[in-house]
Ligand binder design. Structure first.
Ligand SMILES: NC(=O)c1ccc[n+]([C@@H]2O[C@H](COP(=O)([O-])OP(=O)(O)OC[C@H]3O[C@@H](n4cnc5c(N)ncnc54)[C@H](OP(=O)(O)O)[C@@H]3O)[C@@H](O)[C@H]2O)c1
Length: 266
């Protein structure tokens, strides 16, 4: 059976994408850690859209998880027609003061598991001559953000990896797309522990250009329908991304660092 595999589907942008794809009658395979949320969402989507929705509860910050997921899809005889690498987490604060293990776990989730999922599921797509892989980066991928140092750098990796892979996959008719959301109203800030002082310093408080996860999902699908390889969601974010490309990284880092320290009176 053909399915779309969405990581981080238990909430936020991933859940919004799952809802939209279910409306389009795609069968789904949902992946995240929270099994009860996945179960509730799967049952709801099956009831509302008469599609097949399966789920796998898995922790993508652990190194062996991706191989287990791949084997599970083979056991269940699922053909992954589209892979959406959306699961991700952030962190904020002074790098030297953050627990090393949680920074490394974040890199495993944001980078290594994304690379491993892409590698494993790209093989059958390439052999078949069709398939789609969408990787979720961030506006943070355009700026070296002090006090969000590791997270922002992880998203630079996702952006460069995805844009290079886009070209490699063109001869095989495997469509690769990069999605860069900006500030989106989800559980992200809470999960990253930046809903407090640190978030104020990082200017991650919601404002008029903050999007809903549904808006991000809609922009992603519109771009996919047009066979685009790259989408920054939100008009203001698109302008900011273009502007940041004109400015030196050292200047951007300095400005963000100064602003953070000023906001927190450091
Ligand atoms: N919200 C924003 O402002 C924003 C801006 C730019 C980019 N993004 C990116 O958008 C993507 C989705 O984030 P979101 O805003 O929707 O955040 P969210 O509401 O916190 O959702 C994150 C999803 O990832 C899953 N996840 C977290 N850790 C996981 C792990 N170790 N293993 C498996 N799944 C895990 C979570 O489910 P469980 O907790 O059940 O595992 C959840 O389903 C991320 O890649 C993020 O970097 C978000």
């Amino acid at each position: 059976m053909k399915v779309v595999l969405i990581t981080g589907a238990s909430g936020g942008i991933g859940e919004a994408i799952a809802n939209r794809l279910a409306e389009r009658k795609h069968n789904l395979l949902l992946v995240a850690r929270n099994e009860s949320k996945l179960k509730v969402l799967a049952e709801q989507l099956i009831r509302q859209h008469q599609i097949s929705v399966e789920y796998i509860s898995a922790d993508l910050s652990k190194a062996n998880t991706v191989q287990d997921i791949f084997e599970e899809t083979q056991k269940r005889q699922l053909e992954i027609e589209m892979l959406i690498n959306n699961a991700g987490i952030g962190s904020g604060g002074e790098f030297a003061a953050l627990p090393l293990q949680s920074e490394l776990d974040m890199l495993q989730l944001n980078i290594s598991s994304l690379v491993a999922l892409t590698h494993l599921f790209l093989q059958p797509m390439k052999a078949r001559g069709n398939g789609t892989i969408i990787n979720v980066a961030s506006m943070a991928s355009f700026i070296p953000i002090p006090y969000m140092t590791t997270y922002a750098a992880s998203k630079v990796f996702v952006r460069h990896f995805t844009q290079a892979l886009t070209e490699e996959c063109k001869p095989y008719n495997v469509h690769i797309m990069l999605l860069c959301p900006g500030l989106t109203k989800t559980n992200f800030n809470n999960a990253a522990g930046i809903e407090n002082e640190i978030g104020k310093g990082l200017n991650t408080e919601y404002n008029s250009s903050t999007q809903t996860p549904e808006q991000v999902a809609d922009e992603m699908l519109k771009a996919l329908d047009k066979r685009k390889h790259y989408i920054v969601s939100g008009r203001m974010n698109r302008m900011a991304a273009k502007l940041s490309a004109l400015l030196p990284n050292a200047f951007l880092a300095r400005s963000f660092g100064k602003s953070y320290r000023k906001r927190l009176g450091k």
